[in-house]
Ligand binder design. Structure first.
Ligand code: LLP
Length: 432
């Protein structure tokens, strides 16, 4: 096992995923390629669903935050595993609906939904909108009234929490483009307004404090603040809201320096805390919604590349260049995210070579990592970067007109393409 139990090394010394040889997968499907272990995804889905039911009761619902990895097959899996989904754009919504995902279990997010997004989501019969702000509330109300419907909504609230994660993925503090802050009084103001707005039914509140968080304390703090706010709403408005969405954000093990989180245990602990806070504040435990993205899919995946060149600059660095880079994984360039990488065809050899992993774009910042410990590499080797199942495919671009890699799912000893490789024809298809 390397980091996660579905990554291993076989008798040939090759890296395996879900029991399949990654060197053979690279040969069969080409590189770069994203490969994901379907059973690993389904396993975490079940862990979340079972743990949420135990911790919060039968009406608890984990949603898959599909911004982490969006394609038709993953919505089918989320549906089969009994999850809801969080969509943040018309595109995610379109993909989910086209895969047959039940619209009633879709929560439609986003801090700036366009009129078209709102209309499309209502056409599709989306169950719940998570309303970010007053302008959106009014636009939603207008459209719902025009259609003669009452749309179920949550309001996005910022609880004012600093979860100690990367600044770019921190979302729950007062100075945020998301939601309305309790601290400034704007949260209570939008609750009052929503309660008296036609065409919408306010059923509850949502908060999301950030991503890649390992400590439970910020979640506990956020839950505490939100539940007190539920009690304040009851006192001030005489309304008992029935649904609390606690967002996503639990961390994932990318390197051996990251702790492994036992998600079932974390949810059980948060459950106890939430029930305790509800008792303290004298309110019934609301229907609890969780919204994990990264933790459902990140660990399931890896990316396979072919090494093109190895350049050793005396007194400086060793550059190992591969046939992908920031277009398929922009996370090091954006956040300095750390990964574990290895030479898949010599995975049993010691990782005693220090290298900067470079992509093939015309840009110095096109790196997958620096100071990485890998096996000594040469042209033609297969390099694997582990734990790339979240925020890689979904954040991929065509910079330098590089076609996006395919997504291969492995399950029970077989591999299949769930998103085919982009072609050069795809690249020019929309050009005139
Ligand atoms: N709910 C909401 C409202 C969110 O904004 C997010 C993530 C999630 C749920 C899921 O959070 P997760 O469980 O995945 O941590 N591109 C960045 C991550 C951005 C996260 C954005 N929101 C990265 O690559 O690290």
């Amino acid at each position: 096992m390397i980091l996660h139990e579905h990554f291993d090394i076989n008798q040939e010394g090759h890296l395996t995923i879900g029991g399949l040889d990654t060197v053979e997968l690279a040969r069969e499907f080409g590189t770069p390629a994203y490969v994901m272990d379907e059973n690993a995804i389904r396993g975490v889905c079940r862990t979340y669903r079972d743990a949420a039911t135990r911790a919060f009761g039968a009406d608890a619902l984990p949603l898959y935050a599909s911004k982490a990895f969006s394609c038709r097959e993953v919505y089918r899996i989320a549906a089969e595993e009994g999850l809801g989904v969080d969509c943040v754009s018309g595109g995610e919504l379109y993909t989910a609906i086209s895969a047959g995902f039940p619209a009633s279990r879709i929560y439609f997010h986003g801090n700036n939904k366009t009129d078209r997004d709102i209309a499309d989501a209502m056409d599709a019969g989306v169950g719940t909108f998570v309303v970010d702000n007053r302008d959106e509330l009014h636009a939603l109300s207008e459209e719902a009234c025009r259609r003669g419907i009452t749309q179920r909504i949550l309001l996005r609230i910022t609880p004012g929490i600093d979860p100690h994660t990367h600044r770019a993925i921190m979302t729950g503090s007062v100075d945020s483009k998301f939601g309305s802050a309790i601290e400034t009084g704007q949260a209570m103001a939008i609750v009052r307004e929503a309660l008296s707005t036609a065409g919408v039914e306010l059923v509850g509140l949502h908060c999301h404090i950030g991503s890649q968080i390992f400590d439970l304390e910020p979640f506990s703090d956020a839950a505490n603040i939100m539940i007190r706010f539920f009690a304040d709403i009851q006192k001030e408005c005489g309304v008992s809201l029935s649904e609390l969405n606690l967002g996503g954000g639990l961390g994932v093990r990318y390197t051996e320096y990251d702790r492994e989180i036992d998600y079932a245990d974390a949810i059980a602990k948060i459950g106890k805390i939430v029930v305790g806070f509800c008792e303290e504040n004298g309110i019934p435990v609301p229907k609890i919604i969780l919204e994990p993205g990264r933790s459902l899919v990140a660990a399931s995946g890896l990316t396979l590349y072919t090494v093109g060149s190895v350049k050793e600059i005396p007194g400086f660095k060793n550059y190992v260049s591969v046939d992908g880079g920031m277009p398929d994984n922009p996370r090091y360039a954006l956040y300095g995210s750390q990964y574990t990488a290895l030479i898949a065809n010599r995975a049993n050899e010691p990782r005693d070579y220090r290298a900067t992993l470079a992509g093939r774009c015309c840009e110095s910042g096109d790196l997958l990592g620096e100071n990485m410990e890998i096996q000594r590499a040469e042209r033609g080797d297969i390099l694997a970067v582990l734990v790339t199942g979240a925020y890689n495919f979904s954040m991929a671009s065509n910079y330098n007109r590089l076609p996006r890699p395919p997504v291969i799912f492995v399950k029970d000893g077989t591999a299949r393409v769930v998103v085919r490789r982009e072609t050069y024809e795809d690249l020019i298809e929309r050009d005139i």
